[in-house]
Structures are given as C-alpha cells and as structure tokens.
Design a binder for this molecule. Sequence first.
Ligand code: GDP
Length: 392
Amino acid sequence: MKLIVIGLGQCGSRIADEFARMDKRARSQRNVSICPGVFAVNTDQADLSGLVTIKPDHQHRILIGGRKTGGHGVGKINELGAEIARADADKVIDALRTTKRFYDADGFLVIAGAAGGTGSGSVSIIAQHIKERYMDKPVYALIALPFEHEEKTEERTVYNTAVCLKSISSVADAVILVENQRYVRKDFSLRYNLSKINSLIVEPFWDLLCAGEEKNSKYIGAKTMDAGDIIQTISGWTVIGHGKARVRTLTLPFDKTDHFRMKSVSNYKGIRAMDEAVSELSLKIDPRDAGRALFLISAPAKEINMDIIKEQGDWLREMAPNAIIRNGDYPREKDTMTVTVIFSELSDLERVRYYYNRSTSMMPVIKQRQADLADRRRDIDELSRDIPSLLE
Ligand code: GDP
C-alpha cells in the first residue's frame, strides 16, 4: 500500500519523519516504495528544521501561519492551529501535488499529537481539504494521545485531546489511535524516549505497507495483503500492534494446561507473536468491540502453512467474535515470525470516553475563565478611555 504521509505540528512531523525513514528502508532493503510523498507542516520553523529524513525544501517542510506567529508556533491554542490551517490549506494541498506518481498513492495518512496546538488544531482541517479534493482516496489519521504527566499538569491537554478526537473522527475514514504512555520506558531520557516511541509507533506499518507492493514472486504470499484488504478493514476508530517470535532459537514449553493446543512449533510461535501483538496494541481496547480486524504473518516461507493461518484466524475470532477478519501472509523475514494485527471499526473505546467525559465536565470552568479574561480586557480598555493615543 502506498500512502502520502502528512505530519502536522511537532509530534506529527516527527512521526512522519519516521515514515520517511521507513520508506527509505523499504526502497533499499525491499526495493518497494510505500510512502511516495512525506510532508511536514508546522507553524514553528525551528521544529521543521530539526527533522532528519523528510526532504529539506519548502515543498516538503511547509511553514504555515508564518505571518501570524512569526514562525514560532501557536502555543497550546488549537483553535489558532485550526484557523491558520484554514487560511493556509491551499499551500499544503499544492505541495502534496508535487509528489511524483501522485495518482499511484492508495490513500493519505495525516498525523498529529492530540494535545498540542498546531497538530491538534490543523489535522482535521487539512484532512477535510484533502477529502474534498481527492474523494476517491481514503484519508486516515494517526493520532498520538498525551502522556500521563501532561494530563496532570496542563488543563488544556484533556480539552485539546477531546476537541481533536471529535473533529478528526468526523472527517477521516479511520482514526488510528496510539497512546504515548504505553511506549514509555522509565529508564530512558525524555529525548531518547520520544525518538524510540516514534519508531515503535511506526514499526507495525512496515510489513503491512510492504506486503502488497512486492513484485518479486519469491516474496509474494499465498494470500497477499494488498491495499484493497487494508482499505476494506480500516474504518472508524482503529488500533494496531505487532509481535515477533524468533524462528530458530525458540524452545517449546510443554504446558498441557495451556489454553491453546499447539499442533506444531510453528503454530506455537505464531500464536505467541499474535499474543504479543494484541498485548502491545497502540491503545488498550476490548477486541470484542471490533467490527473488523486483520492479521498478517510475515515469516520464512517454510514456516508459513495453512495450519498456522487457520489457527491464528481461529484464535483471533475467539478474541474478536464480532469482527469480519481478513488475513495475509508475507514470506519475507529470515529468522523471525512477525504478526501484525489491526482491530478496527471499534464501537467503544474507554480512553475516548474518558477524554470526552472529563472535557465535558471541564467546559463550564473553561468558559467561565474565558468570560473572566474577556471582562478583565474590557475593564482595562475602559480605564484607558480618557488617555490620549498617539494613533489616529
Ligand atoms: P504542536 O507542535 O503544537 O502540534 O504540539 P506538539 O506536537 O509539540 O505536542 C502535542 C503532543 O504530542 C504533546 O502534548 C505530546 O503528547 C505529543 N508529542 C510531542 N512530541 C512528540 C513526539 O516526538 N512523539 C510522540 N509520540 N508524541 C509527541
């Protein structure tokens, strides 16, 4: 599958930069292209300069709202992020069109952190503009939910997240949620954590995007997972995960009480990788809420057989009994079995409920505070009424 990727704000741009890196890796290691165009959009010039892989020109690193913000961002005011995106949307759309083989792309992926200003405010506006222009292609959003500590220290965090989620879910074909906190390693520094988190967020897309692009028959599975399968699966609230099992070094525990009856070592490895994928999903969900799901097994060709695909399908069906399940195999990896799992069309998400509930209960306080600020501004204007001004 080929996606045109657009990162908005700092978080979105950095994750988009990871997609650019992944595309580079796909070209060199697998001779396929998965992200024909990768763009970063920000109100902050310094953030754009800090990216590594996205092409360093104005067409790919796009500064918006320069006149309004002086290139220094919008703080945490996502309303301002939205306003700027509305005014500068054409600049972004024009840039996207510079992508070589633009019409080969299967869809768009817009990315942002929900709690900030630029990304949170602009992501739904840009998604809407893309949808209006390119109705025949799906627009997906990848949204990073804030860290725990941000929610405790910054009131705007919860409010921005709720507003961003509501807006993007009403325009994007699917919203893939990733919860930053799930990727935090306590023993790493913040800076290292962020770049590690970004690569962990993007990694599950690796096999998923590459599988359908393979041209070499050696790497084409019995059941290829192509863009059509993905488009038919991804819809509404969505989460993604992947798990790995080493193929060569594994030792088999014979635990008869184990829930699944292992038929062979391969099947066991597959189930283990699938379990890891489900336990490491980008956001904790209840798979029973999924209306659609998919799994993709990538392993050495000799490790993939009908038995393993059936066993994994049965196991996934047990977890997600209400989902239409698609599957695919990708005989590519050398010594690892990787299982990628997506749960989509989720009818309920505890985390989204939490943001909506908390934000709703905060609304009266926020409105009162805004009214107080407006009153104070009026008071001070009133006080200055009899003071002469140097302007006409
Ligand atoms: P913006 O530039 O105004 O859109 O705001 P930021 O993108 O800097 O921050 C928005 C939110 O995204 C923050 O509150 C963090 O939760 C998250 N965030 C910021 N930078 C990163 C990053 O590099 N990776 C990830 N995963 N999350 C980030």
